[in-house]
Write a protein that binds this ligand. Structure first.
Ligand code: ADP
Length: 660
């Protein structure tokens, strides 16, 4: 039989090497060359190459029917057709088939490219029993047989030249070495790839050629060991990657060269994969960089997301349509909802009460691209309806790197507590200032009030002493006046003492049942004749109005009210005292026709040190303690005290106590 597509011997031809990857047909032919195949078909089952003798055996006398379908061509060899059909179904592996008469058998191999796409199939005849054309056909006339043989030879030469051209045009460098390590074939591409001179190649010495390329290889020991190992006769398919010191990378494949079943050498093919490797390395580097960048981004995002989600400050991000794109726990809680519920909502849906204020602000940020920082807002939120809360809010435009505004970022800091604390502090400050003012007023009033009786007291005592020193009879009027001033001093001091007892919770009552009507009579009798300007009337009740109480303290209350009625009626008038039953209570009223009390001050009348502004200390003495003590005494009895008054129209003080 023919030597097959591998039979390209001799120095390489000078045909230009295409730069592109081999086509599927070229690859098929390479494999056919390697396998010394007698028949090569493409994936469609069309003949790519066929040994002319086999073609003759199949009944095609006019030469190999390249391009025709194997089904058509192999009508006379149904087992081979069947074998090819099997191989073309993609069944990976070797299958051996033989004709019924066992005159021929073939190994049929499916062929795939690197991606796993089936390119076709190759059939290599197992035995060199291919009948010569004469034996395969019907006997023919001698002259006709010679003509046929010449025709077949011419065809064979034609095919051989085609194969040589193919061998030289493939982009892989190929070299064939026999068992004696003699170079039996190579192509131009191989010579170019390794930079081997024509002289070197002509020597046909594989060892020498190997030694000459050794300096080019980055890891020569490994490469030499790989080549040497492959020199040993073996059916093994070997491959390796060879790195050259100039940066190129070759992919090297090695398969045995077979003649029939016998190994007669080895075929090496080298493919320059530098560009692919660099592209792969670059791709790997880019992928790694992208991966790292993505990881960093994810890490940053995770950190930001954690901060955003759990920050104590309320944060949110609204898109250009002013719908919520992101929100953290704190802001969602302000709205009384969970984060997921707020996504996609408008400000009106999230905080209806604040929306009229907030939406124009956000729209302003979107329109102007400038932030609004540190604005104080007050209002209600759904989380706490009815409660006024206070926030310090800032709105920022959120931009892409190119400056496009994506939306508005909101930072909301709750300042309700601070606001309340500030209000409370201001209140306390006002109270403290008021207390200081009252204390200062009190100090000056107290000094004035205590000093006022001292001057006449001293005067009267000096006069008494003068009279006594002169041996005169002491005038009782001076003694009475001195005693009156002492009584006045004593009232002041008692008021101060009572106030401090009330403050300390130590004002004690000694209670007993007694008729209130009698107590009023006793107290009022002490006032008879004390004022020429005033008249005092008591409208006594029909009933005694028995109560349980501290007689002395209740007498103190009534005394204070009548004294005030006199004091604050500087032009005189009638002071009316009434007592009557009101349900279960006994109600006592003291009414005068004096200066009255401004309405707005009536509520504070019973506070410590309070003095109405229409009763200046210059005109009316007093420490502002009497009514304070009265209220405490009445309330300790389970009663209450109040006033009705109109400026310039007098005042009426009432107190009510539970009757027995
Ligand atoms: P004071 O010793 O100053 O009178 P009070 O506690 O008895 O202290 O009275 C407090 C203030 O109430 C007085 O300073 C005065 O302004 C007002 N007031 C009390 N009673 C009368 C009244 N009958 N008419 C008008 N103002 C009165």
């Amino acid at each position: 039989m023919s030597a097959g597509p591998a039979a390209c011997e001799g120095p390489a031809h000078s045909r230009a090497t295409p730069a592109s990857r081999p086509s599927p047909v070229e690859l098929l032919l390479q494999v056919g060359v390697s396998l010394r195949a007698a028949l090569v078909v493409d994936s469609q089952g069309r003949i790519v190459w066929m040994d002319p003798v086999l073609a003759g055996a199949a009944g095609w006398q006019s030469g190999p029917p390249v391009g025709r379908s194997a089904e058509e061509v192999l009508g006379g060899l149904p087992w081979l057709r069947h074998a090819l059909d099997e191989a073309l179904t993609g069944t990976d592996g070797l299958s051996e088939y033989g004709g019924q008469e066992q005159r021929l058998s073939a190994v049929v191999v499916p062929v795939f490219d690197d991606d796993g796409t089936q390119l076709g199939a190759c059939a290599r005849l197992r035995k060199s029993e291919l009948p010569r054309p004469e034996a395969a056909r019907e006997p023919q006339a001698p002259c006709a047989g010679a003509a046929e043989e010449r025709k077949a030879r011419e065809h064979l030469e034609h095919q051989t030249s085609l194969l040589r051209a193919t061998f030289d045009s493939i982009t892989d460098g190929v070299i064939v070495v026999d068992l004696a390590r003699r170079i039996t074939a190579f192509n131009k591409r191989f010579q170019e790839m390794w930079g081997l001179t024509d002289a070197m190649m002509e020597e046909r010495d594989a060892e020498k050629a190997l030694a000459s390329v050794e300096p080019w290889v980055v890891a020569p020991e490994r490469f030499i060991a790989f080549i040497r190992q492959a020199f040993e006769p073996s059916f093994a398919y070997r491959s390796t990657i060879v790195e050259l010191s100039d940066g190129r990378v070759f992919e090297c494949r090695s398969i045995p060269q077979l003649l029939g079943d016998a190994i007669i050498g080895r075929i090496w093919s080298y493919r320059d994969v530098t560009a692919e490797r660099q592209a792969l390395a670059e791709q790997g580097r880019l992928l790694a960089a992208e991966h790292e960048a993505r990881e960093r981004l994810e890490e940053s995002f995770a950190v930001l997301d954690t901060f955003l989600t759990h920050a104590p400050v309320a944060l949110g991000f609204m898109g250009r349509d002013l719908r919520c794109l992101r929100i953290n726990d704190a802001l969602a809680a302000l709205h009384g909802r969970r984060r997921e519920e707020e996504l996609g909502r408008t400000v009106w849906e999230m905080t209806p009460d604040l929306a009229p204020m907030v939406e124009p602000l956000m729209q302003h940020v979107l329109d102007e691209g400038t932030p609004i920082i540190g604005l104080n807002l007050t209002g209600e939120v759904p989380a706490t309806p009815g409660e006024q809360r206070h926030w310090n809010v800032s709105y920022y435009p959120v931009r892409t790197a190119s400056g496009t505004i994506l939306g508005v970022g909101a930072v909301v800091a709750e300042v309700t507590e601070e606001y309340r604390a500030r209000a409370e502090r201001d209140r306390l400050l006002r109270e403290a200032e008021e207390a200081i003012r009252i204390r200062d007023d009190f100090m000056s009033i107290a000094a004035h009030e205590l000093k006022t009786p001292l001057t006449p007291l001293k005067l009267h005592l000096q006069m008494l002493k003068g009279q006594a020193d002169a041996g005169h009879v002491v005038a009782p009027r001076h003694v009475d006046k001195a005693l009156a001033q002492l009584a006045r001093l004593s009232v002041l001091v008692n008021d101060l003492l009572d106030t401090s007892r009330i403050q300390a919770g130590k004002l004690e009552l000694t209670t007993e049942p007694f008729p209130l009507r009698e107590l009023i009579r006793e107290v009022l009798s002490d006032f008879r004749g004390t004022s020429v300007l005033h008249s005092l009337r008591f409208e006594a009740p029909d009933e005694p109005l028995v109560i349980r109480g501290d007689r002395a303290r209740l007498a103190q209350v009534l005394t204070n009210l009548v004294e005030n009625a006199f004091k604050y009626s500087p032009t005189g008038g009638t002071v009316r005292v009434t007592a009557r039953r009101m349900g279960t209570q006994a109600c006592v009223s003291v009414r005068d026709e004096g200066i009255g009390i401004p309405e707005e001050e009536q509520a504070q009348l019973f506070e410590r040190f309070f003095r109405a502004r229409n009763s200046p200390i210059s005109g009316f003495g007093g420490l502002g303690l009497g009514l304070y003590i009265c209220r405490d005494i009445i309330e300790r009895h389970g009663g209450r005290i109040w006033v009705e008054s109109e400026v310039e129209h007098g005042a009426t003080f009432h107190f009510a106590l539970p009757c027995l």
